[in-house]
Design a protein around this ligand. Structure first.
Ligand SMILES: [Mg+2]
Length: 227
């Protein structure tokens, strides 16, 4: 039985901001089509609002900024476009080849949080199913992180042997790993990079995935390498 590596997806294996920007591009196209807005100006406005105000009321803002009443129905339509769009996203450099190498010695899973519709589209766009042994969408299990159910299901599917969690979000991935008494590696990438790892959810920290393979070889040696 191969030891198991349980990977988070967003911000761990690809930059989530690229997903958000790709969603904005789809929304800008719809705004051009439905309201005759300039798609580039609408896209630029959404990015500016994201950086200034964060997520939350971006679509209300872009409609209002263009002089269109942001009715709940209109905003809902834009949210649907965003969630249903086919994302133009790519792994962080080197991730695909790293997963191919790791899979020779480890069973691999991706365990991802968020709306199943959106996560499925991300997984498909990145080609995740061809690179790992199983994918778990936590939303489909009715157990959003930090509920460890998604990680537990993936771990069980892959035989339940020695395992390691790799993620970026201490409150989600490291908390779930701790609940399952599994060791964790935290990649300091993306939105949570500056957040400290709380002592109750310990993790070995790395600054990028290029540090992961040698670390895994030490923390969870492949079977043949064990004494
Ligand atoms: Mg993440």
């Amino acid at each position: 039985m191969r030891p198991v590596l349980l990977f988070d997806l967003d911000e761990t294996l690809y930059p989530e901001r690229d997903y958000v920007l790709s969603g904005f591009a789809a929304v800008a196209e719809r705004l051009a089509h439905d309201y005759n807005l300039d798609p580039i100006a609408a896209y630029t406005d959404m990015v500016r609002r994201l950086d200034a105000e964060g997520r939350g009321a971006i679509f209300d803002g872009v409609l209002m900024g263009a002089g269109v009443e942001p009715s709940p129905e209109r905003v809902r339509g834009l949210v649907e476009t965003y969630r249903e769009h086919r994302p133009a996203i790519a792994f962080y450099p080197g991730v695909e080849s790293m997963l191919r190498r790791l899979r020779q010695d480890y069973a691999l899973a991706v365990v991802t949080d968020g709306l199943a519709l959106m996560q499925r589209r991300k997984v498909e766009a990145l080609g995740v199913p061809e690179l790992v042994d199983t994918v778990v969408l936590c939303d489909e299990c009715g157990a959003a992180k930090p509920d460890p159910a998604g990680f537990r299901i993936a771990h069980d599917r892959l035989g339940g042997g020695p395992a390691l969690v790799v993620g970026d979000n201490p409150g989600h991935d490291m908390a779930a790993a701790a609940a399952l008494c599994l060791p964790a590696v935290r990649v300091l990438s993306g939105r949570f990079a500056a957040t400290a790892t709380p002592p109750q959810w310990p993790a070995v920290e790395i600054s990028g995935l290029d540090e992961l393979e040698p670390l895994i070889a030490r923390l969870l040696p492949p079977q043949g390498a064990r004494p």
